[in-house]
Design a binder for this molecule. Structure first.
Ligand code: HEC
Ligand code: HEC
Length: 220
């Protein structure tokens, strides 16, 4: 009896300690985000339905208000300490090569900012638990049937091949949450008021969309 009480008191204390640690990280991360003037280039509030083409074009970088639904935990912290180009072309450009040079953060700030960004979620991303899977059907849809390959690079035998218009999907398995990929392919309007990518809703049926998502989510 007494040991049960001690165990439950300890569980509560541990839970308090863990949650206050996480909240402190989020608050510190928000501060570091503001101090770094990150919002000068990134939208940090949604939803997309309240944004206009002008709002989107006013920013030099992609919107981050649904980061916690889009990215895999761990990716952001690592990327922010050593940001390497994701998009082959400059954001919103159709011709200018992206030469990198994104601001980087020291380890502690990167951890806090990643925690802050991971706390920003979109209600349009449902937890479906789609598992990454390399399937012949997914691959054929991506490479041949739907022209995804014409705009996105993927790794083939260690070499990045494919089109340059969209973000590279070479390491999607490290970077993107499959449930977000599915939501993005199914309702792009929830995330972007203006899209440079075609809309596939109604063109690819739901079962195939999930299979394509599993394929993209497993790319490395
Ligand atoms: C001068 C504009 C600018 C500033 C300032 C800036 N960013 Fe960025 N950010 C960009 C651009 C452009 C990209 C796209 C880079 C790429 O695709 O290689 C980007 C990409 C990102 C990404 C990846 C998003 C995605 O969808 O791929 C994250 C996360 C990010 N920035 C966080 C930050 C944080 C945190 C700060 C502040 C410390 C910051 N940025 C400051 C322009 C900026
Ligand atoms: C005409 C070029 C084009 C085609 C074709 C295309 N995309 Fe895209 N894609 C883009 C662009 C550009 C973006 C960046 C968002 C935007 O501007 O709409 C994007 C974004 C994405 C993203 C989000 C990546 C990120 O890091 O933010 C995924 C996932 C994706 N596309 C998958 C696909 C799949 C799967 C197909 C085929 C069914 C496809 N795309 C076809 C141009 C294209």
């Amino acid at each position: 009896m007494r040991s049960a009480v001690i165990v439950s008191v300890m569980t509560v204390l541990i839970a308090l300690f863990v949650s206050s640690g996480a909240e402190a990280g989020v608050a510190e991360g928000k501060k570091a985000f503001e101090a770094g003037k990150c919002a000068s280039c990134h939208q940090i509030a949604g939803p997309a339905s309240e944004k206009t083409i002008k709002d989107q074009l006013a920013k030099k970088g992609p919107e981050l208000w649904y980061s916690g639904s889009k990215f895999k935990a761990g990716f952001l912290e690592k990327w922010l300490t050593n940001p390497q180009p994701i998009r082959p072309l400059v954001y919103n450009s159709l011709s200018e090569r992206n030469r990198g040079g994104h601001p980087s953060l020291p380890a502690k700030e990167a951890r806090d900012v990643a925690e802050y960004l991971m706390s920003l979620k979109s209600a349009d991303v449902k937890a479906l638990g789609i598992q990454p899977r390399d399937t012949p059907k997914g691959r054929v849809m991506f490479i041949k049937k739907q022209s995804c390959y014409g705009c996105h690079t993927v790794n083939v035998k260690g070499k990045a091949v494919g089109g340059l218009t969209g973000p590279s999907l070479s390491n999607a398995s490290e970077r993107l949450n499959p449930d977000w990929i599915y939501a993005y392919l199914s309702h792009p309007k929830a995330f972007k008021p203006v899209k440079m990518m075609p809309v596939y809703t109604g063109i690819i049926n739901d079962a195939d969309m999930k299979e394509l998502t599993a394929y993209v989510g497993g790319l490395r």
